[in-house]
Design a protein around this ligand. Structure first.
Ligand code: BES
Ligand code: MN
Ligand code: ZN
Length: 500
């Protein structure tokens, strides 16, 4: 069965709903309007709470079937955690609340859910985050699951959020929705199997953003050769699938203002190439285009909400395969910037793609800042797990803005060091630099490699999202495999820092 989720807002009182949800915090009974609804049941809240150990903690619930005094089939009281008037919940905490609401209700509900959110802390922005969390948790990638014929029904499930000011909440939900859709686009691209989403197919999906008013340009093999982008091309040369560089421009800001550039690693499948990866888990490398997917999802979000900023998204799309035409360890190639690279490990391919994509961004678009996103190193997952992505930057100001956007959205970043001592590790005996310095500081030496392609004076940040973009443990807002990390973060970063 397919479940179609509709989210609405309404004032109180409750209409007909199959399931009514109230919140209670801190061991207190439901307050205000929720208290009146509870009172209709005639039940003794303290007694029920004490008998099942309900203390109002997030994740706790009182679940009452066939409540007296209500039309609903079911009444659910959810724990809202500590209510602290001096420390309002973060947006990320509201999204988590929406996620756990989806988990607790969407499975049970046949038809409709009414949620009472009448407290003063449920601002329009908070309600919008809750709605975003609901949608993100509801997301499923099940298009390749065969369905039985009689199970082809579509159930529509309506969640009505009862709030103090429905018009203001609607406006906030509508403003937040583009980033949710962009994040879902990123998840779809990452979850897609690598036989279906090859380089050409990915480029086509990105090119479809022209329907939203994004200017899209797609460069193929010949154009990349003409530009001398042999760092990126060296990765592509072992694959039967041709490379693509997709440039997506959204010009929503003042004409003449330099754009912010986002650059994404788009390796549609990373076998490792001749330095082939072990078999176990190799299927996960279909997600090695998570950076490019996030950039595509971000451009989708910015265009659909008509962001008042000039932004360019550039994604390098290739496949890394072993074959008779593959690059070899020992090969030396010249990047478009002129830097020569000794390839010592063909599995360190992401930096080879980004090297030329970063050069292209600067050469052709003269951006005021560049942020790149890449599932670049396994080492970042060893260092930070899946709670933070790695952040590397040559600009304290840019890094500070990104960290702040991370705290707002829950897509958290942790900055790691860079410097001459690390840079020294990528020096090559035969060329200007080599593409791997082995295990020590693996994520940092990867960032130092990228820094060699950033011109002096350009503010640049690199986000290593290998630990957070895919196979992340289930969270309140994600029950699937790909997280879509980066879209919410960068949408926020653009909104707070670059819109007029
Ligand atoms: N795509 C991988 C990194 C990766 C690992 C992404 C796990 C997502 C999950 C990248 O191309 C890679 O293979 N990196 C190597 C670098 C090494 C050869 C210097 C790594 O991390 O082992
Ligand atoms: Mn690799
Ligand atoms: Zn890779």
């Amino acid at each position: 069965m397919l479940q179609n989720l509709v989210i609405k807002t309404a004032p109180l009182p409750l209409g007909q709903a199959g399931l009514v949800v109230l919140y209670a915090s801190d061991g207190q009974p439901p307050a205000a309007a929720a208290a009146q609804i509870w009172a209709r049941t005639g039940l003794d809240f303290e007694r029920i709470a004490a008998s099942i150990g309900f203390k109002g903690k997030p994740g706790q619930a009182i679940d009452i079937a066939g409540p007296n005094g209500l039309d609903a089939k079911r009444l659910l009281v959810l724990g809202a955690g500590k209510a602290d008037p001096d420390k309002p919940l973060s947006g990320a905490a509201w999204a988590d609340r929406g996620g756990s609401l989806a988990a607790k209700t969407l499975g049970l509900a046949g038809g409709s859910v009414s949620v009472v959110l009448d407290g003063t802390e449920a601002t329009p922005a908070a309600v919008a985050e809750l709605a975003a969390g609901l949608r993100l948790r509801h997301y499923k990638f099940d298009k390749y699951k065969s369905r039985k014929k009689d199970d082809d029904t579509v159930e529509e499930i309506t969640v009505t959020l009862h709030v103090a000011d429905p018009a203001a909440a609607d406006a906030a939900i509508a403003a937040r929705q583009p980033a949710v859709e962009g994040q879902i686009l990123a998840r779809d691209l990452i979850n897609e199997p690598p036989n279906v989403l090859g380089t050409v197919e990915f480029a086509d999906r990105a090119a479809a953003l022209s329907g939203l008013g994004v200017e899209v340009e797609v460069l193929g093999q010949g154009e990349l050769e003409a530009l001398g982008m042999y760092s990126m091309l060296s990765v592509s040369q072992g694959s039967a699938r041709p490379p693509r560089l997709v440039v997506m421009r959204w010009n929503g800001g003042d004409p003449g203002t330099a754009p912010v550039a986002f650059v994404g690693k788009g390796v549609v499948f990373d076998s490792g190439g001749i330095s082939i990866k072990p078999a176990a888990g190799m299927e996960e490398m279909k997600g090695d285009m998570g950076g490019a997917a996030a950039v595509t999802g971000l451009m989708h979000a910015l265009a659909s909400r008509k962001a008042k900023a000039n932004v360019v998204g550039i994604i390098g799309i290739v496949e890394n395969m072993p074959s008779g035409t593959s690059m070899r360890p020992g090969d030396i190639v010249r990047a478009a910037s002129g830097v020569t690279i000794e390839i010592v490990n063909t599995d360190a391919e992401g930096r080879l793609v980004l090297a030329d994509a970063l050069w292209y961004a600067q050469e052709k678009h003269k951006p005021r800042a560049i942020v790149d996103l890449a599932t670049l190193t396994g080492a970042i997952g060893v260092a930070l797990g899946s709670d933070h992505a790695g952040l590397f930057s040559n600009s304290d100001e840019l890094a500070t803005k990104l960290v702040a956007a991370g705290l707002e959205t829950g897509e958290k970043l942790w900055r790691l060091p860079m410097g001459p001592a690390y840079d020294k590790l990528i020096e090559s005996r035969f060329a200007d630099i080599k593409n791997s310095a082995g295990r020590p500081a693996g994520s940092i030496t990867a960032a130092q490699f990228l820094a060699r392609f950033v011109t002096e004076g350009t503010a640049w940040a690199h986000l290593d999202i290998a630990g957070v973009a895919l196979n992340s443990p289930a969270s309140e807002t994600n029950a699937g495999w790909a997280s879509g990390f980066g879209v919410a973060l960068l949408d926020r970063f653009v909104r707070d820092g670059y819109e007029t």
